[in-house]
Design a protein around this ligand. Structure first.
Ligand code: DGL
Length: 290
């Protein structure tokens, strides 16, 4: 059996590539629901239905375990699917928010340990922000943390359209970072709480360095002291640990090191866009979800 990795579009490939580095031996199926992305501006019911269809499809394709490599689906659909729709003795679905929060709260900067008050900024989709999943999970693990959220509704559409290196991307990166730091100028850790956002990391780092020039009220901000967290390595390490604790799942997994790519949109466009994330050329197949 295989490990399924699901996202609304391309973003989950940032997670898949790190998982395959950490666990190259297993067989994977990646499913991107590109035809219906972005999810982040959709209703709870819609995100739940789309995610459930994708999870069921991956199960029918022989997956033993599915990673929701999508924060929006993890925030809006994971718990309901786990509680209502699957039998955990034969099939598991895991998300990306909990492992991210565990890693970030366990590994906060020295200054925070002394002050015991991490200041965490979340950049995420409107759906993830409105769910408050990050503030709630962080509060469980470190009630002293101060959490500030900024919704970034334009990031996923820009990335899905291949416009993440455009001047439009510069504009929105600046706008959203400014919005985040104007809410809390003392943020020392930014979580990229959407698996698409690592594609904007160079622009986010540039904008961080230039923020003080555009906003005199932020002139105390030292961009070098702000950590920017991407989820790929965190989720990969967490899955490795999870499999270590679940030998009964490992026993069901096949180990030929393969990966199949499925998309609900044009498979040729998917294969060419995937080259941003994966070094070698890939082949993708089109599927319909109902
Ligand atoms: N990669 C998804 C996430 O992590 C993007 C969701 C969307 O399609 O808006 O949230």
């Amino acid at each position: 059996m295989k490990i399924g990795v699901f996202d609304s579009g391309y973003g989950g490939l940032t997670i898949l590539s790190e998982i395959r580095k950490a666990l190259p031996e297993y067989d994977y199926i990646y499913l991107g629901d590109n035809a219906r992305a972005p999810y982040g501006t959709r209703s709870f019911e819609c995100i739940y239905q789309y995610t459930l269809q994708s999870v069921q499809y991956l199960r029918e394709q022989g997956c033993r375990l599915v990673i929701l490599a999508c924060n929006t689906a993890s925030a809006k659909a994971l718990r309901t699917i786990q509680q209502r729709d699957i039998d955990p003795t034969t099939f598991r679905v895991l998300g990306v928010i909990r492992p991210t929060v565990e890693a970030v709260t366990a590994d906060c900067p020295e200054s925070d340990k002394l002050a015991e008050q991490p200041r965490i900024g979340i950049l995420a989709t409107p759906g993830t922000v409105s769910s408050c999943s990050y503030p709630i999970e962080i509060e469980h693990l470190n009630p002293a943390a101060i959490v500030t959220q900024q919704a970034c509704p334009m990031f996923v559409p820009l990335i899905e359209a291949g416009e993440h290196e455009s001047p439009a991307a510069d504009y929105f990166v600046h706008q959203y970072l400014y919005g985040l730091f104007m809410q809390d100028p003392l943020i020392d850790t930014i979580i990229l709480g959407c698996t698409h956002y690592p594609l904007l990391l160079p622009k986010i780092q540039d904008a961080l360095s230039n923020l003080t020039a555009h906003a005199p009220s932020l002139n105390h901000l030292n961009p070098d002291s702000v950590r920017v967290i991407t989820q790929g390595p965190i989720v990969a390490a967490s899955l490795k640990d999870y499999l270590h604790r679940h030998p009964e799942i490992v026993a069901d997994l096949t180990t030929n090191g393969t990966c199949r790519y499925l998309t609900t949109d044009n498979p040729d466009s998917f294969a060419s866009a995937a080259s941003l994330f994966i070094a070698q050329p890939i082949h993708a197949d089109h599927i319909e979800l109902t």
